[in-house]
Design a protein around this ligand. Structure first.
Ligand code: URA
Length: 227
């Protein structure tokens, strides 16, 4: 049987903006996506396997943070010339689906601060509108991992980055992490914020007339939270 070993990430196809990075499409990853896309998958399995992908995404997001040289003494008395993390990070989840990614971030970054942003469609203007935000007070000094599992049109993510910029976070210090993206959403988002790195697990075909990602996995919030 063939074994697949691959790097942890790959650059996206040429038609996709250069700030976008996808997870390496190993057979293992494809199997995880096959499970969560399957409409027959139970809620328990959806939780378990989407959490596995989220963890991979968070680890990949952390790969894009800067490090500085750091030397340590090992128990053998020798010196190891390695690196250490530079700067502080925080997570910001776009409610409500983004909350599902918080646990994955906490597993990897102990006692990480996590803010929240609620964006909904304004019924009068049909545009994304900020309804609520709670962000760490020193967010302007941190790298921000922005969490939202599905990038469809890009409207909510664009609004969320606007909120972060208003709070003093430089665009290049934001890393937007999601499980599945539509090319339309990626292009919208990246043309507005070319300096923000996007880490996505999979880029799908596109959107249907109801702005669902195709093939996608349906409504992430419903799959995750509804019995
Ligand atoms: N949000 C979802 O949960 N699913 C989609 O397909 C698009 C947006």
């Amino acid at each position: 049987m063939a074994t697949v070993t691959a790097p942890t990430s790959q650059t996206a196809p040429a038609s996709i903006p250069p700030s976008v990075c996808t997870l390496a499409h190993t057979a293992q990853l494809e199997a995880l996506y096959t499970i969560i896309r399957d409409k027959q998958t139970s809620r328990g399995d959806f939780l378990f396997y989407s959490d596995r992908i989220i963890r991979l995404l968070v680890e990949e997001g952390l790969n894009h943070l800067p490090v500085v040289p750091k030397s340590v003494k090992t128990p053998t008395g020798a010196t190891y010339d390695g690196v250490g993390f530079e700067g502080k990070i925080c997570g910001v989840s776009i409610l409500r689906a983004g909350e599902a990614m918080e646990a994955g971030l906490r597993e990897v970054c102990r006692s990480v601060r996590i803010g929240k942003i609620l964006i909904q469609r304004d019924e009068e203007t049909a545009l994304p509108k900020l309804f609520y935000s709670k962000l760490p007070p020193d967010i302007a000094k941190r790298y921000v991992l922005l969490l939202d599992p599905m990038l469809a049109t890009g409207g909510s993510a664009i609004k969320a980055v606007e909120v972060l910029l208003e709070n003093g976070v430089p665009e290049e210090r934001i890393i937007f992490i999601n499980l599945i993206s539509a090319p339309e959403g990626l292009r919208n988002f990246c043309s507005k914020y070319p300096k923000t790195r996007v880490i996505t697990g999979w880029i799908d075909q596109g959107l249907n007339e109801k702005a669902y990602i195709i093939p996608g996995l349906g409504d992430f919030g419903e799959r995750r939270y509804c019995l």
